[in-house]
Design a protein around this ligand. Structure first.
Ligand code: NAD
Length: 429
């Protein structure tokens, strides 16, 4: 499962050889750990058109730049983006960050809409060319947006494998007067989270990361995975709940396991049954739709109706880049994952959900190094790993950190978003 090529290109002979042969030279990413909790250098904050301050000899290279481009309202204004970033792209530290702040394209103002949409093409292109493990994002700020938790995430090693994303942030959803009184972000006590498919892979890492961030985590998986599930729960100080998410009584059993209600609900359980449509059985189709999509809708619906998702709750679904780009042999899987995107967008907009301050988002992982992807034949696996701007696969930790940001109490302004954790995969770009 280990990416030996990445290890090799990190050595002096490996760098020499791969440069001579014109092969990709991925940079080992700086991920969050207790030893590396921050980026390696200062963060510059500029308004588009403003030149970066001159660097004195011995100054550390900037690790990030946040460029405010919200005021750009016509194509001529775009030049200011070039002016600010042109001098910085060479000096930005390895694994550094470029975050462009934009405004929502305004349907009533064609010039502003064109200029703000232009930023998306700019960001996606810069992400593809900037190299050295550096990432580039566009954060669109709606009026009154609270983007603190989003910028904290993007300007930290926790977002190492997220690049080329456009994320819209608004004011926190929910009634303003209700936050502390009804168990919102100001309420005391640990939050309760439930993660499905938590016995192994991405789900186990999500559970561990939410526990790291202070949640009491209920880890759910099928009875067949009971031993691994118990081990995950014990490791993170959580509890194990063996339930098949497709069981008719799954939602009731979850509600019974969390009598005080849930603050965070992460739908991570998922399966593949890959076959081209011509060879796909009805059973292969139904099982994937049932596990990946239908059960997610059923369980969420029940928990919301039963009031088991507390005010200011966070619901996070797991899509996939296959659900965005499509993939050979995955009509069932891609349909289920695209369905998750539709579910998230519609539920996030539902007035009864917004009023209660509940956010609904999805992560869309790309190629993540897990048991699932270790089983892919070598050449297809290598292609999957390299065909992204960072030239390597992600780790379960990368998806988990993204889920933890969306699940954070401070992320109330982020809803209806689908955030790819794919190193800016070329698929569906
Ligand atoms: P995995 O197979 O390692 O783990 C999935 C877990 O879900 C397993 O523990 C499994 O027992 C559990 N599960 C399956 N059916 C269940 C059911 N009916 N009820 C309860 N639990 C059930 O997979 P992973 O690679 O960790 O993937 C996790 C999620 O991320 C899935 O939704 C997957 O589709 C998605 N994803 C993964 C990748 C990747 O590269 N690994 C890419 C895109 C999306």
């Amino acid at each position: 499962m280990a990416d030996r090529y990445l290890g090799f290109t990190g050595t002096a002979p490996g760098r020499f050889l791969t440069r001579r042969l014109g092969l990709p030279q991925p940079t080992a990413l700086r991920r969050w750990s207790p030893e590396t909790p921050e980026l390696d250098g200062p963060v510059l904050r500029l308004t588009a058109g403003q030149a970066p301050p001159p660097a004195a000899p011995g100054d550390p290279a900037p690790a990030a730049v946040v460029l405010d481009a919200t005021g750009i309202a016509d194509p001529a204004g775009l030049r200011a983006v070039r002016e600010s970033l042109h001098p910085l792209v060479r000096t930005l530290a390895p694994c550094g960050r470029v975050v462009v702040l934009g405004a929502r394209p305004d349907a009533a103002d064609v010039h502003q809409a064109a200029a703000q949409q232009a930023l998306e093409g700019f960001v996606r292109s810069l992400g593809k060319e900037i190299g050295r493990g550096r990432t580039v994002q566009l954060v669109r700020l709606a009026p009154g947006a609270d983007a603190d938790s989003t910028l904290d995430f993007l300007l930290s090693p926790r977002s190492a494998y997220v690049s080329g994303q456009v994320i819209e942030v608004g004011p926190p959803v929910g009634r303003k007067d209700s936050a502390a009184a009804d168990g919102g972000p100001g309420a005391a006590g640990p939050r309760t989270a439930l993660v499905t498919g938590a016995a192994r892979g991405i789900g186990a890492e999500v559970a561990a990361t939410l526990a790291r961030d202070g949640a009491q985590v209920v880890c759910l998986d099928v009875p067949q995975a009971a031993d691994a599930l118990a081990a995950t729960a014990a490791r993170i100080g959580g509890t194990a709940l063996t339930v098949d998410i497709t069981a008719p009584d799954a939602a009731e059993r979850i509600a019974a396991a969390v009598p005080g209600g849930l603050d965070v609900l992460v739908h991570n359980a998922g399966i593949t049954r890959d076959r081209k449509l011509a060879n796909m059985s009805a059973e292969g189709w139904d099982t994937v739709i049932e596990v990946n999509l239908a059960s997610v809708l059923r369980v969420t619906d029940h928990l919301l109706k039963a009031g088991a998702v507390r005010p200011h709750g966070r619901i996070v679904g797991t899509a996939s880049i296959a659900g965005i780009a499509g993939n050979v042999g995955q009509t069932n899987y891609a349909a289920s994952k695209a369905g998750i995107i539709g579910f998230v967008r519609a539920l996030a907009a539902a007035p009864e959900v917004r009023e209660r301050g509940i956010t609904v988002n999805a992560v869309a992982p790309g190629f993540i190094e897990t048991q699932m992807t270790a089983a892919i034949p070598l050449f297809i696996r290598e292609a999957g790993r390299r065909m992204n701007s960072l030239g390597q696969g992600g780790r379960p930790q990368d998806v988990a950190e993204t889920v933890a940001w969306l699940a954070a109490a401070g992320s109330g302004g982020v809803t209806g978003q689908v955030v790819r954790v794919c190193g800016q995969s070329l698929l569906g770009a």
